[in-house]
Write a new protein. Structure first.
Length: 461
């Protein structure tokens, strides 16, 4: 009987122990585990901003179809069926007609051609904008990913700081009760503990906000658990600033968009000027009519073909105004390109220098943390022995927290700055700076060899 009861107790205990483990395992299985690359891939599939940009491509392709349609054959048709009766006649008159015509513009003074060329550039612009948005989405994910990791480590530092102050307060209270320390030490320790708890509350909230920000970019539900599987990994960035900047000025997709938009405004000027000239088209048509009553039935048919011209000799200055507006748009597009080149010059150099600054900080922060930990240990032990001062312990604690946070900040500042530099360069997703610069060098070398070959062939001729 005793053995049976004992077995039941063991069974219940085993269930109590195993159940949380099973639930914990289920929870882990349901959580989303993401590396940085997996997070980027998810965002590229689900991010709403990127989806909006892709819709722009559809709109641009529709504009191109419309522009091409203006320069192609137009077929139209119409028909009618009528019934009328005169008050002096006994019968009703019933008749019907049908006609069809075909027209084709043969001269638009370059208007249709300019609109088609502009629309083709519009498709390229939309594609470049989508690709640039993909690059910006990648940067957002990387920054948000590292923000979560940094805030998580900050929470851990603040938790350890609170624990340190709690342990110190306990020690101070014991020394005060023993009569070896003044009450002011107890009060000061209590205040420092309260302040550290405030820092912990803020850092926990910042951590939660950063998680929700990352989930928002990834398109994940806020309630879904998220486990980040990567941490800081130092990867050296070797290319020089001038090489990277030259690549960015030439290859950034938004800069290429600006250049295309300058070309579009040139086409707009050509299109507007076309209204100064006649618009000529050829057309052909066929038509027929039939009377059904009163008898006898009659029918007729006719055919026509010809050339037509439309020319606004005077339109009250409308065409002139349209040309002036197009020229103003061209000037604005050129200035926009110049402004964006200047902004890129500054933003890239800023990102590059920030990356190098964080890289230099990385070399000293680890050592500073080790020294601060040792300093805090010595100050705490001396105070416990009754030889140290309260101020020494507090200063050592502040120095330790500062060193730890500086180390965390340097690591993730470098990671974010490196990703920003890659984004400012306009690197395609999955391409490193070294690969991009080498590819560009090969392209320049190949083009130079091709030009040399052409020169030699021309000299031979």
């Amino acid at each position: 009987m005793k053995k049976s009861v004992l077995e039941k107790v063991k069974t219940i205990a085993a269930g109590v122990i195993v159940a949380p483990l099973i639930m914990g395992t289920m929870g882990i299985c349901e959580a989303a585990e993401l590396s940085i690359q997996e997070a980027v891939d998810m965002a590229l599939e689900q991010n709403t901003d990127l989806a909006i940009t892709r819709v722009g491509e559809k709109s641009a392709r529709a504009d191109l179809k419309s522009a091409r349609g203006q320069n192609s054959v137009t077929v139209s048709g119409n028909g009618s069926l009528g019934l009328n009766k005169n008050s002096t006649e006994s019968d009703q008159n019933r008749n019907g007609s049908v006609s069809a015509s075909v027209s084709l513009p043969i001269f638009t003074a370059g208007k249709n051609e300019a609109n088609i060329s502009s629309s083709k550039l519009g498709v390229k612009i939309a594609q470049l904008e989508t690709e640039r948005e993909r690059e910006n989405t990648r940067l957002k994910v990387i920054k948000a990913y590292y923000d979560v990791l940094q805030n998580k480590q900050t929470v851990e530092v603040d938790e350890q700081t609170v624990n340190n102050y709690k342990a110190h307060l306990t020690n101070v209270q014991q020394l005060y009760e023993a009569g070896s320390k003044a009450k002011i030490d107890v009060l000061r320790s209590s205040v420092e503990l309260s302040n550290s708890e405030q820092d912990l509350i803020r850092s926990k909230n910042k951590y939660e906000v950063s998680i929700k920000t990352l989930k928002n970019i990834l398109g994940l539900p806020y309630e879904e658990e998220l486990i980040l599987t990567e941490d800081f990994n130092y990867v050296e960035f070797n290319p020089e600033l001038k090489d990277c900047l030259a690549y960015a000025l030439e290859n950034r997709k938004d800069i290429i968009v600006d250049k295309y938009q300058v070309k579009q405004t040139k086409y707009a000027i050509r299109s507007a000027k076309a209204d100064y000239y006649p618009q000529i088209s050829v057309s052909a048509g066929i038509g027929g009519s039939q009377r059904y009553s009163p008898r006898p039935h009659t029918s007729s048919s006719d055919y026509e073909a010809g050339v037509s011209a439309r020319w606004n000799i005077f339109d009250g200055g409308v065409t002139h105004a349209a040309v002036e507006k197009a020229r103003a748009a061209y000037e604005k597009a050129e200035l926009t390109l110049l402004r964006d080149l200047e902004n890129l010059d500054l933003s890239f150099q800023t990102a590059y220098l920030d990356m190098r600054e964080a890289e230099k900080r990385l070399r000293t922060t680890k050592i500073a943390v080790t020294m601060a930990q040792e300093d805090y240990y010595i100050a705490t032990e001396k105070y416990k022995a009754g030889e140290g001062l309260m101020l020494d312990v507090l200063d050592a604690q502040v120095a330790l927290v500062s060193a730890q946070l500086n180390d965390i900040s340097a690591k993730y500042d470098y990671s974010r700055s490196r990703a920003t530099v890659e984004n400012e360069m306009g690197l395609s997703i999955g391409e490193t700076a070294e690969e991009a610069l080498n590819r560009q060098s090969d392209e320049i070398t190949g083009q130079s060899a091709l030009d040399t070959k052409k020169e030699v062939e021309e000299d031979g001729q």
